[in-house]
Design a protein around this ligand. Structure first.
Ligand SMILES: [Zn+2]
Length: 145
């Protein structure tokens, strides 16, 4: 019997997982055809225009700058603690919430304004030992996750 642990996205339609190592992962958001505003996660109505049918799906490149962050000592159910939760200003898009990985959970490891890049990484395991994966951001150019 094959005993392969699966990787399961934490939520469908949140991000695009590359099928080869040469491809980059993307976040899946929406962009307004009228005013050009990008929103992540996807939303059916543009928060600026407030009209129907102006939003279309858009792939957002997982690169940006760290806005603010906090070290969270309490573990969310199934997550490891401490964790780093941050807001990232995407290069061509909105400010988004993300977990941060690839560095120590300390105030010294991160600086607002530093370059961050997105990775798809495990956030926890389910009861069968499958990996629940999600988008996360790490300091750009540092160790590969
Ligand atoms: Zn709009």
């Amino acid at each position: 019997m094959e005993n392969t642990k699966k990787q399961i996205p934490i939520e469908e339609g949140l991000f695009y997982i590359p099928s080869s190592p040469d491809e980059k992962p993307y976040l899946i958001g929406t962009k307004c055809k009228v005013c050009g505003l990008s929103v992540f996660p996807k939303t059916p109505v543009c928060p600026k225009c407030m009209k129907k049918d102006t939003m279309e799906e858009a792939l957002l490149i997982g690169k940006g700058k760290l806005d603010s962050f906090s070290i969270v000592q309490a573990a969310l159910p199934g997550f490891k603690a401490p964790s780093i939760q941050a807001y990232i200003n995407l290069e061509k898009g909105p400010r988004i919430w993300s977990l941060v990985t690839g560095c120590d959970p300390s105030e010294e490891a991160l600086k607002p304004g530093m370059d961050m890049e997105m990775v798809i990484a495990k956030v926890r395991e389910d009861d069968q030992g499958n990996e629940i994966i999600s988008y996360q951001f790490k300091p750009a150019g540092k160790v590969k996750i």
